[in-house]
Write a protein that binds this ligand. Structure first.
Ligand code: NAP
Length: 296
């Protein structure tokens, strides 16, 4: 794949880390419910190798996917890592045996999480760590994150973390984090139909900070919309490709980490960088969020 097909490049602010705007999110590589090993571990390894072979150099993960399983698959598939591969992980959660998602936010849990990531990924330092606020499920909830971000900043001074991001945050929480440390990326829930962060994305773009939407395709329930399907049909592409292309058009600081367990879907998602959307396409696609807001 050439440069343009992966959406061009983005450099995280104040870093030497430059990535293609189309990356890969590894959460779908664990077993059902993001728990345990996948049914076909060789297929998971194949997806990662295909992604990197196609030029992907930004992989999003967490040691609580599986737990541990996803990072171990990344290590098996890609270690020793190619020059320039940026692996972004996150802290702030844990998965008890009942498979629920619980906060892990004490200084001890955050430090243990860094060491779990380092061990399972086979790294000496983590490129970027997002502090993921557990909030309310996949939604944000106000509340101070100063204590946790301060712990991460300390782990950064120790050299275990190179750069810090935040995830599932409000604008107030982002400001609080920025008063403590440089923040290079924000990872929140955002897609064609879920546009709560529109103003935040524009603010971050002005500051040169990456915005990395999670659930870019709708997450566990992929996006479905007759408008999306009709634009895709007109362009001879798939709805998922249009959803990703729309994000690339939305703002130059948006980086994509679509998740998939399938090589066929991976190829389709990477090809979304080649899709040009006309002003008419964009206007129709912008109508999806308006319609979805009316339903809620
Ligand atoms: N910070 C956070 O709190 C947070 C939360 C959630 C996720 N994340 C990160 O964000 C990444 C992306 O989110 P996500 O994986 O949950 O959701 P997503 O990328 O919005 O969608 C993934 C779903 O779409 C399907 N899919 C992918 N490509 C497709 C295609 N071309 N055609 C049809 N279906 C397709 C996948 O199934 P198949 O496997 O069958 O392709 C999977 O069911 C994750 O992998 C993870 O790294 C972060």
């Amino acid at each position: 794949m050439n440069e343009a097909t992966l959406g061009g490049r983005f450099t995280f602010p104040g870093t030497s880390l430059t990535v293609h705007r189309i990356g890969y999110g590894a959460m779908q590589l664990a077993g059902p419910g993001v728990w345990g090993p996948p049914e076909d571990p060789a297929a998971a390894v194949a997806v990662l190798r295909e992604a990197v072979a196609a030029g992907v150099n930004h992989i999003d993960t967490s040691d609580y996917y599986g737990p541990h399983v996803t990072n171990q698959i990344i290590r098996e598939a890609l270690h020793p890592y190619p020059q320039g591969l940026v692996i972004v992980t996150k802290l702030g959660g844990r998965r008890p045996p009942d498979k629920s998602w619980q906060p892990a936010i004490s200084p001890e849990e955050l430090a243990a999480g860094v060491h779990d990531n380092l061990r399972n990924l086979g790294l000496d330092a983590l490129d970027i760590v997002n502090y993921r606020v557990m909030g309310s499920g996949h939604g944000t909830a106000e509340g101070s994150i100063a204590e946790q971000v301060t712990v991460l900043a300390g782990l950064r001074r120790e050299g275990l973390i190179r750069h810090i991001g935040v995830s599932n945050v409000t604008a107030a929480q982002l400001s609080e984090a920025q008063a403590i440390t440089d923040v290079v990326c924000v990872q929140n829930n955002y897609n064609l139909a879920h546009r709560h962060d529109d103003a935040l994305i524009d603010d971050l773009n002005r500051a040169g900070i990456a915005y990395v939407p999670f659930f870019p395709l709708g997450g566990f329930t992929p996006l479905q919309s007759s408008t999306l399907s009709s634009v895709a049909g007109r362009l001879g592409s798939t709805p998922m490709q249009v959803a990703l292309a729309w994000l690339l058009h939305r703002s130059p600081n948006i980086l994509l980490i679509p998740g998939t367990s399938s090589v066929a879907h991976l190829r389709e998602n990477l090809a979304a960088g080649q899709l040009a959307l006309s002003p008419q396409d964009l206007a129709e696609l912008d109508g999806i969020a308006a319609a979805s807001a009316l339903q809620h």
